[in-house]
Design a protein around this ligand. Structure first.
Ligand SMILES: CC(C)(COP(=O)(O)OP(=O)(O)OC[C@H]1O[C@@H](n2cnc3c(N)ncnc32)[C@H](O)[C@@H]1OP(=O)(O)O)[C@@H](O)C(=O)NCCC(=O)NCCS
Length: 185
């Protein structure tokens, strides 16, 4: 079976508003079904409206069977920080390298956008996800006590891209305004 990979498009000259809303709803359902944390529709809208190019979808026969949702913002006005917010693959498609491919593509885009570092959080008990990300070079930097609503702790993981990732922001020069990326709310 062929799996195709593409970014979410919000372009109304390609698709109708109804089709776009349908796709966003399918993404929301897929992620909410598999992640322990229930996110409101506003969280999805925040990520997808600001960074549709970082919402990557894996499809089989036109159906969404996996997705990764990320963002890029300026951190403390000193560096660009990529953030992987959600990653999920439908059960029957797991173990075929789909998550690896989604992460790989997302990292490429964030590196192209000149991110200095990429971070994420995952549950301490999610051994699969930890192994998956650590194989990409992510390292654990913090344990966040009772971070999730289910009371599980999280690890914050970081993938340093540039030297800036290894310096505290107090020691870094402020980025010029034109290089800062801020979300629209
Ligand atoms: C985690 C998840 C996204 C992995 O998706 P997947 O498409 O099956 O992953 P892949 O096939 O690309 O596997 C990649 C790597 O994950 C790890 N992995 C996958 N299945 C594993 C298992 N059963 N046990 C341990 N590690 C496993 C391995 O490192 C594997 O690489 P390898 O095959 O080279 O050893 C999927 O299980 C999922 O959607 N889980 C629920 C949601 C979730 O936990 N998301 C991550 C939270 S941030």
């Amino acid at each position: 079976m062929t799996i195709t990979y593409s970014a979410l498009s919000l372009d109304t000259s390609e698709k109708s508003r109804g089709q776009i809303d349908g796709e966003i709803e399918a993404i929301r359902k897929l992620v909410n079904e598999h992640l322990s944390e229930p996110y409101s529709v506003y969280v999805y809208r925040f990520f997808l409206n600001n960074w549709p190019e970082l919402c990557l979808l894996a499809k089989s026969e036109g159906n969404i069977i996996g997705c990764i949702i990320s963002k890029v913002e300026t951190h403390r006005n000193t560096r660009l920080r990529g953030y992987i917010g959600m990653l999920t693959v439908t059960e029957q498609y797991r173990g075929q390298g789909i998550a690896k491919k989604l992460i790989d593509k997302s990292l490429d885009i964030m590196v192209d956008k000149k991110c200095d570092e990429i971070i994420l959080e995952t549950e301490v008990v999610n051994k699969k996800a930890l192994r998956l990300y650590e194989n990409f070079g992510f390292v654990r930097v913090k344990r966040l006590y009772r971070y999730y609503l289910n009371k599980h702790d999280a690890y914050r993981l970081i993938l340093p891209i540039t030297d800036k990732a290894c310096l505290r922001s107090t020691f870094l020069e402020k980025l010029p305004e034109e290089k800062c990326i801020e979300a629209r709310y």
